[in-house]
Structures are given as C-alpha cells and as structure tokens.
Design a protein around this ligand. Structure first.
Ligand SMILES: [Ca+2]
Ligand SMILES: [Ca+2]
Ligand SMILES: [Ca+2]
Length: 105
C-alpha cells in the first residue's frame, strides 16, 4: 500500500498486518472492508480471519455460532447419557426377570 494510504488508515508503515489477524492491511481495506486496526471488526468474538475462513460476514456480528454448536454438543451428550441409562435400566429389568423366572421353576 502507499504510505499515504497507510497513514490515512492509521495502519503501521512497517507491518503489513497491523492488527496481526493474518489478513494484510491491504486485504482488510480493499478486499474485505474490515478494520485493519482490529482483529475483530464486528466485535463478535470471532476474528476477521476466522470469519473469512468460516464464510461468515466479518462486518456483521455472527450470532455466536460456536455457542450454538456448544449447546448442540451438550444436548447430544445428555442424550447419550439418557440412552445409556435407559439401556442399563432395561438390561437390569430383563436380568431380574430372568432370575425371578428361574427361581420360580
Ligand atoms: Ca490485519
Ligand atoms: Ca482486522
Ligand atoms: Ca468478528
């Protein structure tokens, strides 16, 4: 980038990636329109670079996708626990029934 352009944007003249988010100042200003001085332009906790990698808009707050995924993960784990408990309960019932029937004979 031209030095005057860097000065206007307030970015570092010596560092091509002023905010160290792995997007160059040039890319941030001319390609993505993100803030070259902030690793997270829209302040949603996901860095500009990550948003571009994931395909979300780095300029619009992403509805905490990781949080939603985390909740889904928790729900899944709870379902497994529930399933496991149900299976153990059924097995115990069957075994008890078999033992009971055997004793009756
Ligand atoms: Ca950058
Ligand atoms: Ca940035
Ligand atoms: Ca962001």
């Amino acid at each position: 980038m031209y030095d005057c352009e860097e000065t206007n944007a307030g970015t570092s003249l010596t560092d091509s990636d002023t905010d160290n988010d792995e997007l160059t100042d040039y890319e941030e200003i001319h390609v993505y329109g993100t803030n070259p001085l902030s690793t997270d332009t829209d302040n949603d906790g996901i860095s500009d670079n990550e948003e571009i990698q994931m395909g979300t808009n780095p300029l619009v707050e992403t509805v905490a996708l990781p949080k939603v995924l985390e909740e889904l993960e928790t729900t899944r784990i709870l379902m497994y626990i529930f399933l496991a408990t149900t299976i153990i309960f059924l097995l115990t019932t069957v075994i008890t029934a078999i033992l009971f029937i055997k004793r009756q004979k």
